[in-house]
Design a protein around this ligand. Structure first.
Ligand SMILES: NC(=O)C1=CN([C@@H]2O[C@H](COP(=O)(O)OP(=O)(O)OC[C@H]3O[C@@H](n4cnc5c(N)ncnc54)[C@H](O)[C@@H]3O)[C@@H](O)[C@H]2O)C=CC1
Ligand SMILES: O=C(O)C(=O)COP(=O)(O)O
Length: 386
């Protein structure tokens, strides 16, 4: 029996995929697995039972990845599962920035009592006129799951699209429309584009990437869209640029006290992934990843341990999360041999400072063997799935 705990509401369409072997826990303590969306986990303590955290979504900056790795907790996310939801809102954001749809709607609400509203609207509407996005230049920074969809969709709307991603994956490159201008220098996007949208993770080297230096290179009246994370845009610099008029509109999915209420900022309450489809997709993928890990030890879409897959388990499987240092496998196999445990199959994968070893064995595994493995310097967590 496994216990899971949801730190945020998770779509029932995903949770239904848990079999009867899984029960929801009333609190995080004692849970084998946690499902989370954007709830902050940096201040939380994790106990020994916790084996995995699945982020039903893409961004994992709300989770202490290194602390989890050190405690042998595998963190997963659900790549691409909410990308279409975000893409559609980015397109809406570009339209909201180009036409004063919000101003016009507000005018109608303010004049709802006006018996002559149809005629008055024809006079008032010139205050809400805008421009079209067809023929304009869009710069997409970050060509992952979301960036590629936004870039491709924008070409279908007649925009000229520039893409920048120094670490673009082969998969993303395959998916990207051939008509997208691939730029190797982000400054080209800053200088050339009328609309700039960022789709990179919040990392030490991306935080504050849109700052006064970047903005100084941009066109007068540029539209900046941020559906990635608030910290990617320096808040003081963007407010100054909006007030001074250098940035025409700043569309952001992240309300902060600094940006809420600033003129020409269009602030959305983090709705990018809030669609039925995205919520279902993320929840389904998160639950499948957790089940495969808990039942078979397989790791797919982890953000702090390597991918590793030995298929469906049909005998006792020992899984060991450990540091990526020499002589670990030698010590594991020596210890098993000493206890006459026969190895049937095994896999070892590493990623940065961490590694994972899965060993299928023909015999039962004693408590002493588990303790012996746990005592090996560099071992973070041992599990025997039988
Ligand atoms: N508003 C919302 O509700 C949502 C926001 N997000 C945010 O969007 C981000 C991107 O999501 P996905 O596209 O699904 O992730 P992804 O991992 O598929 O793509 C991120 C891309 O950014 C690129 N990248 C990393 N550093 C870069 C840099 N310095 N310059 C240019 N490119 C760089 C990577 O190579 C990768 O291709 C997430 O990390 C998350 O913070 C994601 C989903 C929903
Ligand atoms: O997937 C992401 O990175 C998101 O920002 C979506 O967050 P949410 O699941 O809507 O709280």
């Amino acid at each position: 029996m496994y216990k899971y705990f949801c730190l945020n509401p998770i779509s029932p369409v995903g949770l239904e995929k848990f079999s009867d072997d899984y029960v929801p826990a009333g609190e995080m303590a004692g849970a084998d697995a946690v499902l989370v969306r954007s709830a902050g986990m940096h201040e939380l303590e994790f106990d020994k039972d916790l084996k995995a955290i699945a982020r039903a979504g893409a961004g994992v900056n709300n989770i202490p990845l290194d602390k989890c790795a050190e405690q042998g907790i595998v963190v997963f996310n659900t790549p691409g599962a909410n990308a279409n939801g975000v893409k559609e809102l980015v397109i809406a954001g570009m339209l909201l920035a180009s036409r004063d749809i919000l101003g016009g709607i507000n005018w109608v609400q303010e004049n709802e009592e006006d018996g002559n509203i149809a005629k008055d609207a024809e006079k008032a509407k010139k205050a809400f006129a805008g421009c079209e996005i067809q023929g304009k230049k869009l710069g997409v920074i970050g060509l992952g799951a979301i960036g590629v969809l936004v870039a491709n969709a924008a070409t279908h709307l007649g925009m000229e699209v520039y893409g920048y991603d120094p670490y673009v994956s082969v998969d993303s490159a395959w998916r990207l429309s051939r008509s997208i201008h691939h730029t190797k220098n982000v400054d080209e996007i800053y200088k050339e584009c009328d609309y700039i949208t960022i789709h990179v993770p919040a990392l030490e080297d991306t935080k504050g990437m849109i700052n006064k230096n970047a903005i100084s290179l941009m066109k007068e009246g540029v539209v900046i869209l941020n559906f990635a994370r608030d910290v990617l845009v320096n808040s003081e610099d963007i407010v100054d640029a909006l007030v001074g008029g250098k940035v025409g509109r700043y569309v952001t999915d992240f309300p902060t006290p600094e940006i809420a209420g600033v003129k020409h900022a269009i602030v959305i309450p983090h709705l990018g992934a809030s669609t039925a489809e995205s919520e279902d997709n993320c929840a389904k993928m998160a639950v499948e990843e957790l089940k495969d890990f808990l039942e078979n030890g397989n790791i797919r879409n982890s953000v702090n341990f390597p991918a590793c897959d030995m298929g469906v388990r049909d005998k006792t499987r020992i899984t060991i999360l450990h540091r990526n240092i020499p002589n670990m496998i030698g010590q594991f196999t020596a210890l098993l041999a000493k206890d006459n445990v026969n190895i049937d199959d095994m896999t070892n994968k590493s990623r940065g400072s961490y590694a994972y070893t899965m060993i299928d064995v023909d015999n039962d595994v004693t408590e002493d063997v588990v303790k012996g493995l746990e005592m090996i310097e560099g071992v973070l967590k041992v599990r025997v799935i039988a």
